[in-house]
Design a protein around this ligand. Structure first.
Ligand code: SAM
Ligand code: ZN
Length: 266
């Protein structure tokens, strides 16, 4: 079953009319020429440009294009398709790198939601096999208990919202940093690097499997630069750190991820 979007202003179901979505209260949201719909009303924005900015989006796009995260992308898409979902929501989908791979593996309808307009614009322009919207995942624009699989890849988790969106048998699949993810880069800025731990089981879900997926890759300075720029710790890198990285040239970097599969509790 495909999912109907919900009006972010009055929670009524949105119906397609021409190239817009409209609720019974006449709240209207137009599809952009790239094919996504913006369901983030100005009054719900807490900044002018919420979510990842264009620099982060471009850096992530370039880094993901190198193929170094291909092994994670394929593992996620395979795990999602094994659930045989009728529909999937990728919460905090960014540029749609994982969303479109999931859509390639699954027969069901795949939705990508992100608060960053720059990211969604890019995703919708590039990938036609999913439905993308700009919206907050703290109040996702879908009805209660309809989603078969919820996916969260390095995105914030809003526990209550996950429970609300999930259908009775739903799966929740979360990718989060593994113990020594990007250890070599973090050592440049932190005196001590602490290992990441697996994410706690979200309220209302039970753990099915938790897999650690790791690879060590050799990256050029340009790749390292993009990899750092797309992470939240980029702002910690000062000019002397960038200089040292550039002088080093190529280096080995650990990529490490927890892939957690939860199921909604009956
Ligand atoms: C680290 S990025 C991951 C993007 C994508 N899942 C990936 O791995 O390529 C986190 C994403 O979450 C989005 N995000 C942060 N807060 C959000 C919110 N409240 N609602 C929707 N998206 C949000 C950001 O804009 C960003 O695209
Ligand atoms: Zn409405």
């Amino acid at each position: 079953m495909s999912l109907a979007y919900q009006c972010p202003l009055c929670q009524q179901t949105l119906q397609l009319s021409n190239k817009s979505l409209r609720c019974d209260n006449n709240h209207t949201f137009d599809y952009a020429k790239e094919g996504y719909v913006n369901l983030l009303p100005v009054q719900h924005k807490n900044s002018k440009q919420p979510g990842d900015n264009l620099d982060m989006v471009q850096a992530r796009r370039e880094f993901l294009n190198t193929g170094h995260y291909h092994f994670l992308q394929q593992a996620i898409a395979k795990l999602v398709s094994e659930q045989s979902p009728n529909n999937v929501i990728d919460l905090g989908c960014g540029e749609g790198f994982y969303t479109q791979a999931i859509a390639n593996f699954c027969k069901g309808e795949v939705y990508g939601v992100d608060i960053s307009k720059s990211a969604v614009k890019y995703a919708a322009k590039r990938y036609q096999n999913c439905q993308f919207s700009v919206a907050s995942i703290s109040q996702a624009p879908f009805a209660d208990n309809q989603a078969d699989v919820l996916v969260s890849i390095f995105a914030p988790l809003f526990e209550q919202e996950l429970g609300r969106l999930a259908s009775p048998d739903a799966a929740l699949i979360v990718a989060s940093p593994g113990p020594w993810h990007l250890k070599e880069l973090k050592q440049k800025i932190y005196r001590e690097v602490n290992a990441h731990t697996p994410i706690p089981v979200p309220i209302g879900f039970e753990l099915i499997t938790q897999t650690l997926i790791e690879q060590s890759v050799r990256l050029s300075f340009a790749e390292v630069k993009n990899l750092i720029t797309m992470t939240p710790f980029a702002w910690k890198f000062r000019p002397e750190h960038w200089q040292a990285l550039e002088q080093q040239g190529e280096q080995n970097v650990t990529l490490s991820f927890y892939l957690s599969h939860f199921k909604k509790k009956c």
